[in-house]
Design a protein around this ligand. Structure first.
Ligand code: ATP
Ligand code: MG
Ligand code: MG
Ligand code: MG
Length: 478
């Protein structure tokens, strides 16, 4: 089943059950604390907080999401994209746990002919929060899941909260068992690669209070209106329904890998390290295109910096795979062709998106060319002195002044028959990061609106990672 169809079926299922279909919000909201929209519920926050009255009591959407927190996972795990689509159903007091469980289960397990996804119910597992016996019972009643396939998990995984005071409540997640060839038996608690998380149901039922200490968690009592917020990963469902190995090989991502194979002359699926690079290219190209479409331009801080980092990782990966010519334009074209049936703005705005991405590539290639000159001069000196190690300090200068990625330095050093003092490089990087952190800290104390910052911190272990990411991303250029 194609990804486009998976989206459509989700929306149809919930519209049929009385939900209003709401379009995706932009990835960029006017909220300095949120780097990018990273969950379906973000556009409904004012309704959940009771600040605004929703024009409907139940809604469904497929939200564009970007999670930079997952950047290091890309290409390595089977399940993390930086851009993905989160399908969700939301109830603003209209229904609660029982119906949320029933709706999710029927979409997942109804036959393909009946408009569902046709998952084998025997392969589905669920998790519930520790003391949420109600959810456990409902899964048995509504879905007939045996007790052995219901696992209890603690606060970190299965409890959601937003703001203090603010709504909170237990979650319940649905996992698909990919089979013994993918890992250990024992459910999601044992192995999150074999058991793939596909859907998170959040039951907003209580009001959270401030408590005493910083990390204290106090439940004041039940919310006057109980809400439902769910998120299903469209790419993860696609990966399972298409019988491929990971989220990078689905119909909307794999075509970029194919183009990268053509441009590099390498074959995907023959070498682990190369495969990671192929997946990084495919994943990041899609994210970059979606970000540019929503108005982000490459820059040196915040959102622009994330985009720049994604684009540079694509260029670097393509180069390391052996692509000789600039390839950005090719990747952007493939992404636009595959994604525009769901996002027509990619076609109508194609020329602008292409120009932004290719402009960054041109500038970065110039940087690399300048850095290469310095590298070669230094490598000559090292060799002339009869040494075998390219200095950590020089690698750091290349990185810091020329924006020259360390793995490119490593690669070129290897070609020149040299080692690189990586420890020296890393300790200089660590020092620089520490300095930058102290600077950021000093700046924050100097002008930050502490109220805004506190609200962010109070959002706690939810997905609202915007500000943290903003600070940390700015100092990590891999
Ligand atoms: P994981 O534990 O796998 O990182 P999560 O618990 O962080 O996922 P949630 O915040 O519960 O994910 O998001 C709801 C759903 O969105 C997940 O169940 C999953 O299907 C999907 N999802 C989350 N992160 C990603 C991602 N990086 N790429 C693709 N799909 C994702
Ligand atoms: Mg995650
Ligand atoms: Mg999870
Ligand atoms: Mg989850």
């Amino acid at each position: 089943m194609q990804t486009h169809e998976i989206r459509r079926r989700f929306l149809d299922h919930f519209v049929k059950a009385g939900h209003t279909e709401v379009p995706s919000a932009s990835l960029i909201l006017d909220d300095p604390n949120l780097l990018f929209v990273n969950a379906g519920m973000v556009q409904f926050v004012p309704f959940f907080l009771g600040q605004e009255t929703p024009p409907y009591d139940a809604a469904t959407s497929v939200q564009k999401c970007v999670r930079t927190l997952d950047i290091e996972n890309v290409g390595i795990t089977t399940r993390h994209n930086t851009f993905f689509q989160m399908a969700g159903n939301f109830s603003f007091g209209a229904y609660f746990k029982r119906e949320a469980i029933r709706h999710a289960w029927s979409l997942l397990t109804s036959s393909v002919d009946d408009g569902g996804y046709g998952f084998d119910p025997e392969r589905l597992w669920v998790t519930v929060y520790l003391d949420d016996d109600e959810a456990r019972e409902l899964w048995k009643e509504e879905a007939g899941i045996p007790d052995e396939r219901i696992q209890s998990r603690g606060m970190a995984d299965n409890y959601w909260s937003m703001g203090v005071p603010g709504p909170c409540g237990p979650c319940s997640e649905i996992y698909y068992d990919r089979g013994p060839e993918y890992g250990r038996a024992g459910g999601p608690e044992a192995d999150e690669d074999r058991y793939l998380e596909i859907w998170n149901l959040v039951f907003m039922q209580n009001e959270r209070g401030l408590g005493s200490g910083k990390d204290s968690f106090e439940i004041l009592g039940p919310l006057p209106k109980k809400n439902i917020d769910t998120g299903m990963g469209v790419e993860r469902v696609a990966f399972l329904l298409q019988g491929v190995d990971n989220v990078y090989e689905t119909d909307l991502v794999r075509p970029v890998i194919t183009r990268a194979e053509e441009l590099s002359g390498r074959t995907y699926g023959t070498d682990h390290e190369a495969d990671v690079r192929f997946r990084v290219i495919a994943d990041h190209a899609r994210t970059a295109v979606m970000l540019i479409a929503d108005g982000v331009n490459p820059g040196n801080e915040g959102r622009g910096y994330v985009l720049r980092r994604l684009l540079r990782r694509i260029i670097r990966s393509a180069k390391l795979l052996g692509a000789e010519k600039p390839s950005m334009g090719e990747f952007v074209t493939v992404v636009s062709d595959t994604m525009s049936p769901s996002y027509p703005e990619l076609a109508t705005d194609f020329e602008r998106i292409l120009a932004v991405a290719v402009g960054e590539e041109t500038a970065f290639l110039r940087t690399i060319a300048a850095g290469s000159k310095m590298f070669e001069a230094e490598a000559e000196q090292v060799k002339a002195a009869g040494k075998k190690v390219f200095g950590g300090n020089e690698a750091f200068v290349l990185h810091d002044t020329y924006g020259f990625p360390i793995d490119l330095t490593l690669e070129m050093a290897a070609e020149a028959g040299l080692d690189v003092d990586e420890d020296g490089f890393r300790s200089l990087m660590a020092e620089q990061r520490k300095r930058a952190k102290e600077d950021a800290q000093a700046r924050k104390h100097a002008h930050a609106d502490l109220k805004v910052y506190k609200e962010f911190v109070d959002r706690g272990p939810t997905e609202f990672t915007g500000f943290n990411e903003l600070v940390s991303e700015a100092h990590v250029l891999a």
